[in-house]
Design a protein around this ligand. Sequence first.
Ligand SMILES: [Fe+2]
Length: 174
Amino acid sequence: MLPTKKECIKLVKEKNPPNILIHSKKVEQVSNAMAKIFLKKGLKIDKKLVSRAALLHDIDKWGQIQHGFEYRAGEKMLEKKWPSIWKIVKKTHLTAVLNNEHETWEEKIVFYCDKRVNPDDKFVSLKKRFEYIENKYGKNAERLEEIKKAEKKSIQMEKEIFKILKIKPEEFTV
Ligand SMILES: [Fe+2]
């Protein structure tokens, strides 16, 4: 059984400062809105799973800031308790899009919607979001190159998603 929203919020709160929870709640809101449109178009989407994975997607954020990107304590807990959530959360990293790991719409929705919400709860375009990621994480040429590749792949995913939704990315509002 999946955790309740309250349980997810508690877990994020326990391990992260308030700004990460604010961002996670916004990613959930955006993901829910997108899942709703998918459902309206007749696609099968597990809405509850999308909601919980979106809330928990940055469970290790603070740990990673403190201990490095390899920190995965929260994800390991998810793997044991709620593997269906873990499968989505672990694919919200840029490495997942670089390695073409996304298989389900639920995975794509949460990955993509996280790339439409800047720190805190600013809903932005994919372009703006990647500008932020480049500035923050593109510390060396190799990393910057990787981020630019991930951006290209994310643009492809955006095209794939909005072809199904039959609207333009800029028409998607929450
Ligand atoms: Fe995030």
